[in-house]
Ligand binder design. Sequence first.
Ligand code: IMP
Length: 427
Amino acid sequence: MSVTVVIGAQWGDEAKGKFVDLFSQQAELTARFNGGDNAGHTVVNPYGTFKLRLTPNGFANPATACIIGPGVVVNLATLLSEMETIRQAGIALDERLWVSPRCHVVMPYHPRIEAIYERAKGKASTGTTGRGMGPVYADKVSYNGIRLADLFDEGAFAARLRIQLELKNALLRAYNEDALDFLSVYEEKLAQFARLRHVVREPFGLLQAALRRGAPIVLEGAQGALLDNDWGTYPFCTASTTLAGGAAAGLGIAPRWIDQVVGVAKAYTTRVGAGPMPTELNDATGEAIRQAGAEFGTVTGRPRRCGWFDADLVRFTAALNGCTALALTKLDVLDGLPRLKVGVGYCPGDGSPARYWQGDARWLAGCQPEYIELDGWQQSTSHARAWRDLPRLAQAYVRKVEELVEVPVGWVSVGPDRDATIPVPPL
Ligand code: IMP
């Protein structure tokens, strides 16, 4: 297995967590490299069902170290509550958890500033998860961030916090919001930090030693490639790098170590938040997919927008990430549909065929998708456990995805449990 990166090949929520959990059974290390507690993974394993946002999904394997790399931003309250949930499930994690001191900390002003931005943009708002991601990453790149390392030194933390509160409170007051009190923020953060400082230690040495040994490592991307800050549908995207390449920078691993990139994609498309989604279905079929797939956000509970599989988008993200295989999830959600469509490209209005990467979000919003149609299999696949158990038409659907995306499908998933994962034989 060596070094495998698992990334979302659509707009997030592709059930990456399930594959990270599965691959981490053999991994010595699993590591998160981007995002923060805007991510939400639901993972079902023998200990129960977990809804996690920050902790790498190897947490359930006692032989796996779990790393949160410098590319991740940390909300201390979220991390503490996850550590507690995992402890209560009877899993010993603290010894195996390494959180880089280079990680930036989400401070109480970040979600509040985000709310001001979102309100100011009105209809043009991004529809964020409200976890302060834009402002915390903005502070990071503009040298205004507070990192976990700063919390080891109370004096240095106090000095930084005073400056930031002066700046941030001016903005809050300008928008008629209550200012934040220095002492309560200072004490709250130090108290939270005291409860997890034992896991704040730089994982670089551990990772490098594991790489040199050829140890199996799983790198876990959050969100999806189409939410990437550079390549996603900006400004309807997230604040970090969601691509396989981000694993290198976000963890301090040279790109040459990465052997496999697994792109996880749903057998259809979903999106939460605003922004273009060419194959969206605002009709009874979209609603049927939402209900069958329980498509409601893990972090916000918002109904997800649902639509047909968009092969052009996934071909693009597969190329962007260098996917060596796809994991196609939630195939069973399509079980009841008599006919299925797959988006194969766009027509921007002038009749000429076009590709996602040729334009921006505004351009994409004006594009009409072109479809091919396939027969649905109309029988349950949720009990299938081998390729031969899948109806012929379901197999044909998977093969069509493979052909259009130009990447082999390595696995099909037909349910949340680990064993509801079917290896796909090569063509
Ligand atoms: P933010 O990451 O909270 O700033 O939100 C920016 C955009 O990314 C919004 O459209 C969110 O709905 C979307 N987003 C962020 N995290 C996730 C995720 O884990 N799954 C799906 N969408 C996400």
